[in-house]
Design a protein around this ligand. Structure first.
Ligand code: GDP
Length: 156
């Protein structure tokens, strides 16, 4: 469970959006800096995901700390927060049957060295810390993370 504020969860519950076929993704700062937005989105849409919401944005330190609060005791937490705030990201909500699991398969293992051939992280990630893309790990977190970044009016 994320350490998101109650407001965020309440906002999601208020939106009352059917989310079992949706996942949340971020194209991380390294992917944006290397001009991989186009190729990564192409692979995502060619794999059957529909873009429901999308924006280019930059996380504040407070945003990144809240988003990754689950990792706050881990040794890499501070590096993760400074990396995720180091430049713009693309945040998006994606829709497909079995979205969460299928998207995790499409992006591959957290460490690109362990990621399967053809996965987004295998192709575009530099390292375990700069690993190009985020994908929600459960339907509940997909809904919470989506509400953290997008209002109901920004979702199509
Ligand atoms: P994910 O669900 O595959 O993104 O992996 P996690 O939820 O376990 O970790 C969140 C993010 O923290 C990862 O995507 C990496 O960017 C970063 N991360 C995870 N493990 C490590 C690590 O051992 N070292 C560093 N530097 N970063 C890590």
């Amino acid at each position: 469970m994320h350490g998101f504020s109650k407001n965020c969860l309440e906002e999601y519950q208020d939106q009352n959006i059917m989310t079992t076929n949706r996942t949340f993704t971020m194209l991380k700062p390294d992917a944006v800096k290397k001009a991989y937005i186009g190729p990564i989105l192409e692979q995502i849409t060619a794999s059957g995901f529909r873009i429901v919401a999308m924006k280019l944005t930059q996380l504040t330190t407070a945003d990144a700390q809240e988003f990754y609060a689950i990792h706050k005791e881990r040794p890499f937490y501070n590096d993760l927060v400074s990396y995720m705030t180091s430049g713009p990201i693309v945040a998006a909500i994606l829709e497909k049957e079995n979205a969460v699991e299928d998207f995790r398969t499409l992006i591959g293992a957290t460490n690109p060295e362990d990621a399967a051939e053809g996965t987004i992280r295998k192709k575009f990630a530099a390292s375990i810390s700069e690993n190009a893309v985020h994908g929600s790990d459960s339907n509940e977190n997909a809904a919470i993370e989506s509400a953290f970044h997008f209002s109901g009016r920004e979702q199509f």
